[in-house]
Design a protein around this ligand. Structure first.
Ligand SMILES: Nc1ncnc2c1ncn2[C@@H]1O[C@H](COP(=O)(O)OP(=O)(O)OP(=O)(O)O)[C@@H](O)[C@H]1O
Ligand SMILES: [Mg+2]
Length: 478
């Protein structure tokens, strides 16, 4: 059987099982123990269980014969009970006339027929002259299958099975109703308490579900949680700290390795530069450039995770127009060397965005490098910025087929090996843009080619500096 997974269901099931035993079985068992220790009057409990059982048996045995006369039938239950109690005597009298019904023990009936002027409904008695001084009797007017009658029992003795009878007979309608009410109220309380106590866990779960490899340094609070859950949450917090330390060590390793590789690559570039110009030199130069790109990209990736690069944590408000002017100014000569042109179209007013300058440079340079590679000879790659902080990099190359547009952002995905590259550029671009709370889209340039559009958040009006042209004002857009 599947164990119950819900804590409330478990509580309710265990409560019902436990309370059924305590509510119905425990009172007789306690009574028994206390009677055994003589904490009760001898008549009150065990005696009363015995006589109650005896009179119920006798009342249940009343029948009517063919002519309508009532009598006590010798039922199986009564026979068994009488066999176990040799001194047991019983009788039943008509109400009013006190006439004994057939089957009554005639030793008992005379005492109850002479009660002139007294209508007994219930009486405990002991027959004088009975050699057993503890023998008890009971007369009681009761409902029977043939109507009301006076039932008299005498001389039955306590037996252990009376305990089970007592437990069985405690399942009365009133008992069951009271128990049902109690069980429902307690079940409701258990359900409400569990729900209320575990409500903070939902908030904790929401927080934990947001943790990823870049936000491991979190402390899950245990304030409002039940104390029983604290060891678990503490263990999660400790595990998070350990994983965070491990990840930080790995990131530092990548960053350090990339950093350490820069110097030998620079030395290598300088040495290759001195070689005689041969096809081999050009090959080696291309390979060294590729290695340098990989190392630069790895460094950017390390910076992304190290600095966080979220717009919220960005320490600078930068002017996007000024940053684009500087980037285009740097790359335009490279483009020209490769027989391509690079143009910038931007508003004359600054566009202030919250970002790291290096992150913006990385995004735009990656997009421009891709565009320059795709652009045909003597073509123009256009970088356009609009006042809503949208940067578009537009080329007129072969374009990217629609099914591949989603894949270009995957790490190491490359359209082909005709151009040099590692396939990391666009995945870095997307990560940086998303970290800056922006978005990136790729579309077809009207007339052919590819347009990458990056939307970045603008600065709040309150944090944007007022007035003043960008410092690099000499290179205005066309
Ligand atoms: N403007 C573009 N026009 C056509 N295809 C493009 C363009 N930009 C990217 N692609 C395709 O997407 C692939 C992935 O680009 P990405 O910038 O991620 O890697 P890469 O340029 O090949 O290498 P890296 O940028 O790491 O040096 C490219 O190889 C190319 O096939
Ligand atoms: Mg690229």
């Amino acid at each position: 059987m599947r164990p119950l997974r819900s804590l409330s269901s478990r509580l309710i099931v265990y409560w019902i099982a436990g309370s059924l035993v305590t509510f119905f079985a425990l009172p007789p068992i306690l009574n028994l123990a206390m009677s055994a220790l003589s904490l009760f009057e001898p008549e009150t409990n065990l005696e009363s269980w015995t006589t109650r059982r005896a009179r119920t048996l006798v009342a249940g045995a009343l029948r009517k014969d063919e002519v309508g006369a009532k009598f006590i039938a010798m039922t199986d239950d009564l026979r068994i009970y009488a066999a176990a109690n040799p001194a047991f005597r019983y009788a039943a009298l008509e109400i009013g006339s006190n006439a004994p019904l057939r089957g009554s023990s005639l030793e008992l009936t005379p005492y109850f027929q002479t009660l002139h002027g007294l209508d007994l409904h219930a009486a405990a008695f002991h027959l004088e002259g009975d050699p057993n001084p503890d023998a008890r009797g009971l007369e009681r007017t009761m409902n029977t299958p043939v109507g009301r009658a006076k039932i008299i029992v005498y001389g039955s003795k306590f037996h252990w099975d009376d305990v089970f009878y007592q437990i069985y007979s405690s399942f009365t309608a009133v008992g069951l109703m009271s128990y049902g009410l109690l069980a429902s109220v307690v079940a409701l309380i258990a359900f409400a308490v569990v729900r209320e106590a575990l409500a903070p866990l939902r908030a904790v779960a929401a927080k934990v579900s947001q943790i990823d490899v870049n936000s491991l340094r979190q402390h899950i609070p245990t304030d409002r949680l039940p104390a029983e859950l604290s060891p678990f949450i503490d263990a999660v917090n400790t595990a998070l700290r350990r994983v965070d330390d491990g990840v930080a060590r790995q990131k530092r390793f990548t960053a350090n390795s990339a950093h350490e590789l820069r110097t030998p690559i620079t030395v290598l570039t300088a040495r290759v530069e001195k070689l005689e110009t041969t096809p081999l030199k050009l090959d080696i130069q291309r390979d060294v450039r590729r290695i340098r790109t990989i190392v630069e990209q790895l460094l950017v990736l390390a910076q992304i995770s190290e600095k966080g690069v979220t717009a919220a944590s960005a320490p600078n408000t930068i002017d996007l127009v000024e940053a684009l002017i500087a980037i285009v100014a740097d790359l335009a000569p490279v483009a020209l060397d490769n027989h391509r042109y690079l143009e910038l179209e931007a508003p004359s007013e600054p566009i202030y965005i919250p970002a790291y300058r290096w992150a913006i440079e990385s995004v735009v340079i990656n997009l421009i490098e891709n565009a320059l590679r795709a652009e045909p000879d003597n073509g123009v790659v256009l970088v356009r910025a609009t006042a809503g902080a949208v940067i578009e990099v537009i080329d007129h190359g072969p374009g990217i087929a629609p099914p591949e547009r989603g894949m270009v952002f995957e790490p190491f995905w490359r359209g082909g090996d005709d151009t040099p590259g590692t396939g990391l550029g666009l995945s870095i671009v997307r990560e940086l843009v998303e970290k800056m709370q922006g978005s990136i889209a790729v579309d077809e340039t009207p007339g052919g080619g590819t347009t990458f559009a990056v939307q970045l958040p603008l600065c709040d009006a309150s944090t944007a500096p007022r007035g003043g042209p960008p410092q690099n004002g000499e290179m205005r857009p066309r």
